[in-house]
Design a protein around this ligand. Structure first.
Ligand SMILES: [Zn+2]
Length: 151
């Protein structure tokens, strides 16, 4: 079992566990390695951590390494599968309103449009305005595979 410290283009750090370094190379080359935080596939390997605890229930949870709050993914492919499931669920249960997201969210909130789940693109300014109006919005990075029409 190999544990690599990985990092995406946006400097989100996470650990990936692989059967071998070849497995890492294969997953990286086929775009299967995604940042669990933003979904980016621009992943690179960081130098190995000098003190890496592999024990799952290690008692040194207060050691400086763990205190950094690095996310540990015991099984990256499982985490990705869960993420894909959620993403598909969102896609199947929401209307894509694209750029008109903020406007449509308001229309639904003020009952000018049928109540339903929608998804779309909103700037962070849009999101904070909606929140101020009491409209709940949450961000979820959709994997590329789910954005395209479902087969
Ligand atoms: Zn990221």
């Amino acid at each position: 079992m190999k544990v690599f410290n990985l990092c995406c283009r946006d400097e989100h750090r996470f650990e990936g566990w692989f059967g071998s370094s070849e497995e890492y190379d294969t997953q990286l080359a086929s775009g299967l390695l995604l940042c669990p935080i933003c979904g980016s596939d621009a992943i690179r390997k960081l130098p190995a951590a000098p003190h890496l605890s592999l024990s799952k229930d290690s008692s040194d949870a207060s050691s400086p390494d763990n205190a950094q709050g690095a996310e540990v993914i015991a099984n990256p492919s499982q985490a990705q599968a869960a993420w894909l499931r959620i993403a598909r669920h969102i896609v199947e249960n929401t209307d894509d309103v694209g750029e008109g997201f903020a406007e449509e969210a308001r229309r639904i909130h003020y009952q000018e449009a049928p109540t339903r789940g929608i998804r779309g693109v909103a700037s962070s300014a849009d999101r904070s305005e909606l929140e101020e109006e009491g409209i709940e919005v949450f961000s979820f990075p959709l994997p590329k595979a789910v954005k395209s029409p479902l087969q």
